[in-house]
Design a protein around this ligand. Structure first.
Ligand code: ATP
Ligand code: MG
Ligand code: MG
Length: 550
């Protein structure tokens, strides 16, 4: 393990601890439960949980559930599972913004009593007109001078459900001419007559993100409230609430650049569009950049965490190369995944000089360098299968597999020499006949005629059928996110299902989520959802060749 790289948040925290500004580092990861988490969230998780872990502090998991219409329990459950799977543990119970609704409401009343908030009757269009622009100051709402008593009464009646959605909002009274638009009397509460997944029908007014977030941080004693750069302009408002409310602690907001990754879409809204439009098979489709999708694809938590570290944490926006993520996956799997044989397109191979009805057991290492992974046993006999692609009737010198009249080594077994073949009426080779070259188990042929290459094989009678799903990138364009019509960049060949594959019996019997390197093919994982020993299903995680040049 390399030491954690330096970055500005680490420096800030070290200083805060050294100067005694904080005793304990408290961070939080605050997803809105309106979709599944994606690779960008993995970055935010690794920053928040990672820093808390590193400095012996704690990190809260807090659902930012102030928008009842788009949220659901399904998303809450999936998010908890994803965070746990990545290997992080939140401090205490899962928290909800909605469990602070009473306190937030009391604070709203406090601002009203202090003359710092008012109920405004402008509808959305008129409010926009009054708001001004970046270059022009806004104008005061005609409702701005309502007194505290009238405002308290109206707010209470908003809460009681007396008014229609959109007819009234509660706003902070700050400065309609402020150069930062976020300080032009921002909205604190809006009327939404929707049931909420946590609070049911108890509320029909809901706080905005801005009015909720900093105060929740303060309630929880969060010291470093880390978010992405789009909230930078909200920071003065975050501080305004902390300064103007009797909160128990003083959190501070810090921003870093969002993680963007080539060939990848990371916006919950767009990912939901892929799911709802049937372009993928659910949020956890192995092609999705969701954490659940990457998990089903066979990516490892360690590799995703490693990638999040490699891309760094800064305030400079950029695009990370997806090949770097793939490199991290490959690196981890190369070190840990046991090797196995899979034949995607089986071709029958008969060893004519091997006695009929006999077989032997060969012992092969599970990993070329990690002895502790042990070995596996393979049945060898007269009838085998090899990859159809690994045989040609004739070929030039570059073809390092089996050619009629030539030799190849069956990996972990013998050298064989192809002697004859059989074709069907369409001219397709259906059977290859070969001779086993005796004395070649772990030895070169005694006659000095070497094998041209090494191929994988399986024993025909004991090999087990399996479905193998081969995946390619979901998008063909390096920045599918660059325009709204990102669906035009969908890769029509992102999934190829191989129905007639064969695998070793022990591989078929593996548990869901077991990972393998199918030799010469790539890394594969037993599908988390549909694999079972009676009907094995493997997903391609990643190919063998590394395209990252970092
Ligand atoms: P999306 O735009 O996909 O809906 P979001 O930011 O609205 O993302 P939230 O559920 O609010 O989603 O995000 C929870 C946390 O994750 C926030 O602190 C947010 O800043 C962070 N986050 C989201 N996307 C990224 C990203 N691409 N890189 C880094 N952090 C991210
Ligand atoms: Mg958000
Ligand atoms: Mg969002």
């Amino acid at each position: 393990e390399s030491p954690a790289p330096r970055h500005f948040l680490r420096t800030i925290i070290e200083e805060d601890l050294r100067e005694g500004r904080v005793d304990e580092v408290v961070t939080r990861f605050p997803p809105e439960p309106n979709g599944y988490l994606h690779l960008g969230h993995a970055k935010a998780i690794s920053v928040n949980f990672g820093l808390a872990e590193e400095f012996g502090g704690r990190c809260h998991l807090r659902f930012d559930d102030t928008n009842p219409e788009k949220e659901s329990q399904e998303y809450i459950d999936a998010i908890c599972e994803d965070v746990r799977w990545l290997g992080y543990a939140w401090a205490g119970e899962v928290r909800f913004a909605s469990s602070y609704f009473d306190q937030l409401y009391a604070w709203a009343e406090h601002l009203v009593r202090e003359g710092k908030a008012y109920v405004c009757d402008l509808d959305a269009d008129r409010a926009r007109e009054f708001r001004g622009t970046l270059t022009e100051p806004g104008r005061n709402s005609p409702y701005r001078e309502r007194g505290p008593a009238e405002n308290l009464d109206l707010l209470e009646r908003m809460r009681a459900g007396e008014f229609d959605e959109g007819s009234k909002v509660l706003r902070a009274k700050i400065d309609m001419a402020h150069p930062n638009m976020n300080l032009r009397d921002p909205i604190l509460y809006r009327i939404r007559k929707r049931s909420h997944h946590q609070t049911g029908d108890r509320w029909c007014i809901y706080p905005t993100y801005d009015f909720a977030h900093g105060q929740e941080d303060a309630i929880e004693g969060v010291t470093h409230s880390i978010c992405t750069l789009e909230f930078e302009d909200h920071r003065p408002l975050y501080d305004w609430f902390i300064d103007n409310l009797p909160v128990a602690s003083r959190p501070r907001q810090y921003e870093f650049a969002r993680l963007n990754t080539s060939y990848t879409v990371t916006s919950k809204r767009k990912l939901k569009q892929l799911v709802d439009g049937g372009h993928v098979d659910g949020w956890d489709d192995p092609r999705m950049p969701t954490i659940a999708g990457m998990r089903r694809r066979g990516f490892t938590p360690a590799a995703i965490r490693r990638f999040c570290e490699m891309v760094g944490t800064s305030r400079a926006t950029g695009v990370a190369d997806v090949a770097m993520l793939e490199h991290a996956i490959r690196d981890d799997l190369n070190a840990h995944a046991p090797r196995a044989f899979c034949v995607l397109n089986p071709l029958r191979l008969v060893l004519t000089n091997y006695p009929d009805g006999e077989s032997e057991t060969l012992t092969v290492a599970k990993h070329p360098s990690r002895e502790e992974l042990g070995s596996r046993e393979l049945t060898f006999g007269r009838e085998l299968v090899i990859e159809a692609d690994d045989f040609r009737e004739s070929a030039n010198k570059k073809y390092k597999r089996l050619v009629l009249g030539k030799r190849v080594r069956l990996r972990g077994a013998y050298v064989i020499e192809a002697t004859d073949l059989e074709k069907d009426s369409a001219g397709r080779v259906t059977t290859v006949y070969a001779q086993l070259v005796r004395g070649t188990l772990g030895e070169d042929p005694a006659d000095g005629v070497k094998a041209k290459g090494v191929i994988q094989w399986l024993h025909a009678a004991t090999a087990r059928p399996a479905t193998v799903r081969r995946y390619d990138r979901l998008f063909t364009d390096p920045s599918p996110d660059r325009d709204e019509d990102f669906l035009q960049y969908l890769n029509p060949e992102s999934l190829v299902v191989m129905d007639g594959a064969l695998v070793e019996p022990a591989v078929a019997a593996a548990a869901p989520e077991a990972r393998f390197q199918f030799e010469r093919l790539g890394y594969f994982v037993a599908d988390r959802c549909s694999h079972n020993p009676a009907a094995p299903v493997f997903n391609e995680t990643i190919g063998l060749r590394d395209s990252w040049s970092g």
